[in-house]
Design a binder for this molecule. Structure first.
Ligand SMILES: CC(C)(COP(=O)(O)OP(=O)(O)OC[C@H]1O[C@@H](n2cnc3c(N)ncnc32)[C@H](O)[C@@H]1OP(=O)(O)O)[C@@H](O)C(=O)NCCC(=O)NCCS
Length: 170
């Protein structure tokens, strides 16, 4: 039985391990550690199976340039489920629970940079259709969703992640 819950201090080693395994390098694990230490993780969830961390998702605040007072955005990154984990839907459960918690925390927009085969199932669609760009020059793979209907109706600009993303090459 997979349990999805907020990360706790005892999960830190298990999180570093699953992030490293999912991405096959240390940049994303460094990003998670640095965002956590800077108190910039809006939501950090673990998937736990029999006491073992098998997945992780982090959401941090994103900003829009030019600033817009009604934009309260979060970025989903990184999302990590190592290939060796045989349980199904671990990533999906982390994404859905994370989006719910971000909405409850008052955020009205979520963005993600990733697979167009994976993220649309959660409600994400091409961000440029909302008039949103990003710092990575990605069009196809940069996606957004409204957590509150109409939140993006009058907002456009470049979405910017926390500076820690660039500092860690993420
Ligand atoms: C992407 C990831 C989080 C998915 O987690 P998961 O628990 O394996 O996925 P789920 O069980 O929720 O969903 C399974 C579905 O997603 C699809 N899927 C899994 N990984 C995918 C990927 N990288 N790209 C596109 N589709 C993917 C599967 O084919 C399956 O599709 P189906 O429902 O049509 O059969 C995981 O594969 C992972 O950590 N990958 C490496 C790191 C990464 O790329 N993270 C995301 C960065 S944007």
């Amino acid at each position: 039985m997979i349990d999805i819950r907020s990360e706790r201090s005892e999960d830190v080693g298990g999180i570093a391990d699953v992030v490293q395994k999912a991405f096959g390098g240390s940049d994303e694990a460094n990003l998670v550690r640095i965002l956590r230490d800077a108190n910039k993780a809006v939501v950090s969830l673990v998937a736990v199976d029999n006491g073992r961390v098998v997945g992780h998702a982090m959401f941090s605040e994103v900003f829009i340039d030019p600033p817009h007072e009604s934009f309260e955005g979060v970025g989903l990154a990184p999302l990590s489920v190592p290939a060796e984990i045989k349980a199904r839907w671990v990533g999906s459960k982390l994404v859905r629970e994370g989006l719910n918690r971000c909405a409850l925390a008052g955020y009205n927009v979520a963005v993600v940079l990733g697979s167009t085969r994976y993220y649309p199932r959660f409600g994400f669609s091409r961000a440029s259709d909302f008039g949103l760009g990003n710092e990575y020059g990605e069009v196809e793979h940069f996606m957004a969703m409204e957590l509150i209907r109409g939140a993006l109706a009058r907002v456009s600009g470049t979405v910017k992640y926390q500076p820690e993303f660039q500092e860690t090459n993420c």
